[in-house]
Write a protein that binds this ligand. Structure first.
Ligand code: PLP
Length: 360
């Protein structure tokens, strides 16, 4: 069997070019006689991988020089606690825009280690829309404002962000980083688990501006302090070497196909094709979120019955369209189409949707 179109929400599809490159040099990396799995994180070869990955991120995302680029363990989920521990001062609090399950978890961790406050929430309508930035109720004394750019489970996405004057904006970009152009300077911190758009599970990217880093609390456990990782360039302990290497290969692929502008165009084309197929189905397929809040990465769809949805998922799978089952909190179908999903995958999926409608 060949490769399928893999719509899994994460871990998720990776560029074939990156997988094949890793395969070709798997047992003997650049003539070293060793695999990247077997080399020291302090070796010249790994130092070069780390530096190149940072440089590619800088170039693709346009990260200014006053930011550190860190590679940490523990997933985006550890960042929920770590950023609250580091950046909410004793007796202070931070503002959270609650737009889904991951945002709720970020708020929960803030309330374990310090205090988090809800600045806006769309939970009363099962997170089917995004509260507009003008409606966020911000506390002037908040240590930062935390937002989730793309809500992986519910299928909504902020693609623009407010210019918050004199405020630190922190963004969980786990499921849409590198999917369209952003202005990094709007954010004091961006973080992302790699396993949706950047590479495999096991490494979390943190992009942290110096002025926010300077506010970090002291006296935290060494590994939970951003200062440790900044000072040691992510080499205080052994970093997730192999996931970082696959991230490097993934970023090289982004560069080869034309960088972020090219990726953005492909993602827009994919989203337009899929949403227009939904909207032109006469209600046979129903998007679950407000059209203005629709995500380009995760598309949530309901049909008239659960039986029909189950049949859709099973027949799609038989045709090489896998990973389409929706998350239990929305149900139905979820199409996750991260960067490595080509337009051809969405062309095949939308053709299948039309054929399925005609025959069921
Ligand atoms: C997947 C995801 C997470 C969780 O990431 P882990 O690396 O599994 O901790 C957090 N936030 C968002 C938006 C996600 O999509």
């Amino acid at each position: 069997m060949g490769r399928i179109f893999n719509f899994n929400p994460g871990p998720s599809t990776l560029p074939l070019a990156a997988l094949e490159k890793a395969q070709a040099e798997f047992t003997d990396y650049k003539g070293s006689g060793m695999s990247v799995l077997e080399i020291s994180h302090r070796s010249k070869d790994f130092e070069a991988i780390l530096a190149d990955t940072q440089n590619l991120l800088k170039e693709m995302l346009g990260i200014p020089d006053n930011y550190s680029i860190l590679f940490l363990g523990g997933g985006a989920s550890l960042q929920f606690a770590m950023l609250a521990m580091n950046f909410i001062p004793a007796g202070g609090s931070a503002d959270y825009v609650v737009t889904g399950e991951w945002a709720k978890r970020a708020l929960k961790e803030a309330n374990i280690v310090a205090k988090g406050r809800v600045a806006a929430s769309s939970e009363e309508r099962n997170f089917s829309y995004l509260p507009r930035a003008e409606s966020w109720d911000l506390d002037p004394a908040a240590a930062f404002v935390h937002v989730t750019s793309n809500n992986t489970i519910f299928g909504t996405q902020y693609r623009t962000f407010p210019a918050l004057k004199d405020k630190f904006l922190i963004c969980d970009m786990s499921s849409d980083i590198l999917s369209h152009r952003i202005d990094v300077s709007q954010f004091a911190m961006i973080y992302a688990g790699a396993q949706k758009n950047l590479g495999p599970a096991g490494v979390t990217l943190v992009i942290l501006r110096n002025d926010l880093a300077a506010t970090a609390r002291e006296g935290l456990p060494t590994m939970l302090s951003y200062a440790t990782h900044i000072k040691n360039n992510s080499l205080y302990n052994t970093p997730p070497c192999f996931p970082i290497y696959i991230m490097q290969l993934t970023l090289q692929w982004v560069k080869e196909i034309g960088g972020l502008a090219a990726i953005e165009k492909i993602n827009r084309d994919k989203a337009e094709l899929l949403y227009s197929t939904i909207d032109e189905s006469g209600g046979y397929y129903r998007g679950t979120v407000e059209p203005e809040s629709r995500s380009w990465m995760n598309v949530t769809i309901r049909m008239v019955s659960e039986e029909l949805e189950a049949a859709f998922i099973a027949e799609a799978k038989a045709q090489g369209l896998g990973g389409l089952k929706g998350h239990r909190s929305v149900g139905g179908i979820r199409v996750s189409m991260y960067n490595a999903m080509p337009l051809a995958g969405i062309e095949k999926l939308t053709a299948f949707m039309k054929a399925f409608k005609a025959s069921h």
